[in-house]
Design a protein around this ligand. Structure first.
Ligand SMILES: Nc1ncnc2c1ncn2[C@@H]1O[C@H](COP(=O)(O)OP(=O)(O)O)[C@@H](O)[C@H]1O
Ligand SMILES: [Mg+2]
Length: 251
């Protein structure tokens, strides 16, 4: 399990305001949690703390009982292989000089050291898993659509078969059809991997569509965290109800 307890984060330049306030959350194997909240509520900050990218001001993050203390964790290959984050902005997450093949092979080279033949087979199977046609292997990010860039980022994150995967606003900037396809892909990836998955979204409809569990964040605090069966009735906190009322009706 990945457990964050009593996480608080204030940034130096933010005049004492806290981006995250006493937030606790647990990611369990096989469970897909959606962290939902308005823009600026602290979702990305909390996810970066969970991934060990930045340190909390106070609180602890435990992976299988062991504390994750950045920046030391970045040097730990085992941890990097086990816990992956797919960043919101695919275009800037990908190195523009790398081909699709190289981008996906990179974590395999860094963390697994396979013979070239096996590396090729693994990249091919990852591309198939995220439904990228093999001929895209030699393209660069600038020659891909937004949806294809996102698929490359997902394939990269899956390369080492992590047990924990975080998707930050996986569908932002994509059109409605592509958004649905990427959500379907994430659900399939989650189910096949059995990983603990955290998705971050500002859309309550995405949360209801995807989640086994929904955590609602407001002004840095998690105000509600509940197992969810896809029905809006699962959520009872007044702020969650407000977000639900603001949701566009299903088409
Ligand atoms: N590196 C940073 N330096 C200063 N303030 C930050 C930084 N990152 C985020 N913040 C602030 O923290 C708050 C939460 O931001 P963020 O975690 O990005 O929210 P969300 O992902 O929910 O939109 C915002 O007020 C934002 O301006
Ligand atoms: Mg964010």
């Amino acid at each position: 399990m990945l457990i964050a307890e009593h996480i608080t984060k204030s940034f130096k330049d933010s005049a004492g305001t806290q981006a995250v306030r006493d937030a606790s959350i647990a990611l369990r194997p096989g469970e897909l949690t959606v962290l939902v909240g308005e823009s600026g509520s602290g979702k990305t900050t909390l996810s970066r703390i969970l991934a060990g990218i930045i340190a909390p001001s106070s609180g602890t993050v435990l992976l299988d009982g062991k504390s994750i203390v950045p920046p030391a964790r970045r040097k730990e290959k085992r941890l990097n292989a086990e816990l992956q984050i797919v960043l919101q902005d695919s275009a800037s997450a990908l190195d523009p000089r790398y081909t699709v093949y190289r981008s996906i092979a990179e974590p395999i080279r860094n963390l697994m050291r396979l013979p070239r033949e096996e590396e090729r087979a693994r990249v091919a199977s990852l591309m198939e898993r995220v439904q990228l046609p093999p001929e895209l292997g030699q393209r660069h990010p600038s020659e891909l659509s937004g949806g294809q860039q996102k698929r490359v980022c997902i394939a990269r994150a899956l390369a080492t078969e992590p047990r924990y995967i975080i998707f930050d606003e996986a569908t932002s900037g994509l059109d409605v059809l592509m958004k649905e396809k990427i959500l379907t892909l994430i659900r399939a990836v989650h189910e096949k991997s059995g990983a603990a998955t955290l998705m971050i979204s500002h859309d309550m409809d995405v949360a209801l569509y995807m989640a086994d569990r929904i955590a609602v964040m407001k002004d840095g605090e998690i105000v509600e965290n509940r197992a969810c069966c896809g029905s809006p009735d699962c959520l009872v906190h007044p702020y969650s109800r407000l977000l639900l009322r603001q949701m566009e009706p299903y088409a």
